[in-house]
Design a binder for this molecule. Structure first.
Ligand code: HSE
Length: 404
């Protein structure tokens, strides 16, 4: 019998218990042994809950119980979650998590402890919710030299951008609706400012290059400045706007990673990833392009990914099932100000001559119903040079968005 403990009985925690208990026959068959949840750790009591008798308040009950071989850390945060995870791994108990903040910050260290203690630290649910992406990178794409990852990794912002595009509504109004529907948190900062996507692309980048990519050093920009006017120009150009998390590996081992809104062609496969869905577009040097698509958040999709890791651990009791390379050595991040790309500029109608003088060789864009401003695609140029020119033009530039 495989006894599992669940740390945190929130949305994902209750989903994990539901998946293990409701899909018990299938889950146990795949694990090779009967599996059950023995403990649920939470500060609260849950009177009337079908699993209320499993709730404990003292983490040591779980840590000191030799029956517990697999622990699901679905509490979130990097405080108690970090301490509990470390203690479990030190005790030889495998840990499966959806906690992207913890994985991004301490993943390399926790993987090392797990390997040394013949157990596993697994985090399929930390990126892309229910979409299989960690296991494919670690197990299916191993013959590849992965070159780039372009991804939509945050459901909340993708929902907001999709609604803005379809309904022509502004950002604040759409965020408010998303909050009312429960698609956005009361405090939406981690999502709308891009921090959540940043942690996720840091995890994928670390797996791509085998070294630690520090999420705090990744350039990150959110969606709060995107307007319906920007979408009008995107439409006129046959494009859309997505919050893209991108990562590119160089031959010298350095990584160019960033999170920012980007204009992408309607023809790009990520352009049809709408609402709360996520998509991860990976390019390998032999395979070429491959894309992963699905529900990037939500109770049961995320819980399903956690339980798939639990099953993997159950099949490897007494040994580590970790197959990824993620060293503690820091990967070198490329300074994005030295990288080159095309930029979209939306500027005051009166500033045409100045914009053209600042960005020679570009292309004008008009959009239906827009008279007070105009759109302009620059020629390929360095980020640093672009920023300098925009600063000189000041408030005449109403918005600027990178073109992917
Ligand atoms: N807040 C996240 C999102 C949840 O919107 O995608 C999943 O990590």
């Amino acid at each position: 019998m495989i006894h599992v403990a669940v740390l945190g009985y929130g949305t994902v925690g209750s989903g994990v218990v539901e998946v293990i208990e409701s899909n018990n026959e299938a889950v146990s068959a795949k694990a090779g042994e009967e599996m059950h949840v023995k403990y649920i750790l939470d500060l609260r009591d849950f009177p009337g809950d079908p699993y209320e008798d499993k709730v404990v308040h003292d983490f040591n009950v779980i840590l000191n119980d030799p029956d517990i071989s697999v622990v699901c850390e679905v509490m979130g945060g990097v405080g108690a979650a970090y301490q509990f995870t470390k203690q479990c791994l030190e005790a030889g108990k495998s840990v499966c998590t959806s906690n992207k903040e913890l994985v991004a910050k301490h993943g390399a260290e926790l993987l090392e402890i797990a390997k040394n203690k013949n157990c596993s630290y697994m985090f399929e649910a930390s990126v892309g919710g229910g979409i299989p992406i960690i296991r494919p990178i670690n197990k299916a794409l191993t013959a590849e030299k992965l070159e780039t990852i372009s991804a939509i990794l945050n459901g909340t912002t993708n929902y907001i951008l999709t609604k803005m595009e379809k309904e022509g509504a502004d950002y604040s109004e759409t965020l408010k609706k998303a909050q009312e529907l429960g698609y956005a948190e009361r405090n939406p900062e981690a999502d709308v400012e891009g921090h959540d996507a940043c942690r996720k692309i840091a995890i994928l980048s670390s797996l791509m290059v085998g070294k630690n990519v520090d999420s705090e050093k990744i350039y990150t920009e959110g969606i709060t400045k995107i307007t319906p006017a920007d979408f009008a120009y995107a439409k006129a150009a046959g494009m859309t706007i997505k919050l893209l998390a991108t990562s590119q590996a160089s031959d010298d081992g350095s990584v160019m990673a960033m999170v920012a809104p980007a204009l992408i062609s309607r023809e790009h496969p990520l352009a049809v990833v709408n609402d709360v869905f996520n998509g991860v577009f990976v390019t390998g040097n032999m395979l070429g392009d491959v894309m992963f698509y699905g529900r990037g958040a939500g109770k049961l999709p995320t819980a399903s990914a956690v339980v798939s890791d639990v099953i993997d651990c159950a099949r490897h009791i007494g040994r580590s099932s970790i197959v990824c390379i993620w060293d503690r050595e820091e990967a070198k991040l490329v300074d994005i100000s030295e990288t080159e790309k095309v930029f979209f500029v939306r500027a005051e109608a009166s500033a045409k001559a100045e914009v053209e003088a600042a960005f020679p060789g570009g292309k004008y864009l008009t959009a239906e119903g827009r008279t007070e401003d105009f759109g302009y695609f620059t020629a390929v140029m360095k980020e640093r040079e672009f920023e300098e020119k925009c600063a000189a033009l000041g408030e005449k530039i109403l918005n600027r968005i990178r073109v992917a």
